[in-house]
Write a protein that binds this ligand. Sequence first.
Ligand code: GDP
Ligand code: IMO
Ligand code: MG
Length: 423
Amino acid sequence: MKVDVLLGLQWGDEGKGKIVDVLTPKYDLVCRFQGGPNAGHTLEFDGQKYVLRSIPSGIFQGNKVNVIGNGVVLDPALFKAEVDQLMASGHPLTERLLISRKAHLILPTHRLLDAANEASKGAGKIGTTGKGIGPTYTDKVSRNGLRVGDIELNFEAKYAEAKAKHETLLKQANFEYDLTELEKEWFEGIECLKKFAFIDSEHFINKALKDQKPVLCEGAQGTMLDVDFGSYPFVTSSNTICAGACTGLGISPKSIGNVYGIFKAYCTRVGSGPFPTELFDQTGQIMRDNGNEYGSVTGRPRRCGWIDLVALRYAIMINGVTDLIMMKSDVMDQFETIKACTAYRHKGVVTEDFPYDIQEDIEPIYTELPGWKTDMTAVKSESDFPVAFKAYIDFLEANLGVRIKFVSVGPDRAQTIERYTTL
Ligand code: GDP
Ligand code: IMO
Ligand code: MG
């Protein structure tokens, strides 16, 4: 049995949570493979809205097993808050959520270091979510990290050692802080974590595959935030791309089946960094208002712009995308004209290939298409697509070279149109 991977192709917030929830009935296991509570994955159904940060988005669909993989970084305090919220809304978790022993823990001091690093960068700050993601992955790579499995073994001493190292760094940075409340919540979070099964998730997932159980891997962030291939240094600290599913879960590249690449019919970004098609005018504001483009974790307004096909083609290439999923088509319902960036003029030269540096001297070259001027939220099937909308899809498919399998026309689970079935 192969595993399918669903991942973001832009700068995150493409709608991954919604689609994982929609796809989950077809799978036995849903596994998160990277990132942490910097993610905010929104799901809406039965008139309710949920935002998940570390818990996979398959958690609401019956008795499916959800796994937090080794590539994830977990903050016990935020994890407890998420668990408490889901439990209070009547969703049982303990039986169906398993956690890799190899997942790294975000310490309270990691959050402080994140803030200190950002403060030291001044105007050049990344605009992180402030959840301690960078410092935790730094400790992982420099072999100083604390893992979920450590909770079972001499934990207090290991915690004290890591904390002492971080406090030295915080003092060097002259960063003022008070750990009391943060630590209290964190240790309460550790007690909450202990209620869940810690597993060797690589064995668990590979056994499931051997037993012919279908597995879906859920990505966080998006390809343009990948630490290797994104708009470095304005990226997150993990591999958000398809290869991240292999390292973040312990599955072989040979096991990858379908790769679902998800994108918005336009483009957004939150935090600092280059964004060639960004709009600073009324059109961008309409996208923000219609799309409710405010961060689901931080509440920050998201920057909005036209779809960038140069960046999308790059993301499709890096991930080996087999099928595309287009989200939030309804947000552009009222536009007379829609623009799609098909090439860049980079340092005076026209290129269709994504360049090394998109920070300076990038001018997007656009193709203009007619808008559909139809309320897409009411559309139930492809046969009801307006002609101009169908033309937009045909244009994108021809330019990107991959078919669009799903079209999403609203935030609700039910507002999803499947255009063809995948074998
Ligand atoms: P994720 O991080 O990729 O899971 O995406 P987020 O949840 O951060 O952001 C996507 C936002 O768009 C959420 O508020 C969703 O409820 C909403 N959403 C998802 N699909 C659609 C859609 O097709 N139309 C509209 N209008 N909103 C959508
Ligand atoms: P989901 O999974 C959008 C952005 C931050 C910042 C950069 C680094 O909901 O799509 P970090 O805290 O990771 O060190 O921040 O990455 N970022 C996201 N933007 N959606 C996300 O997650 C993001 N996670 C991180 O805004 O620019
Ligand atoms: Mg999000």
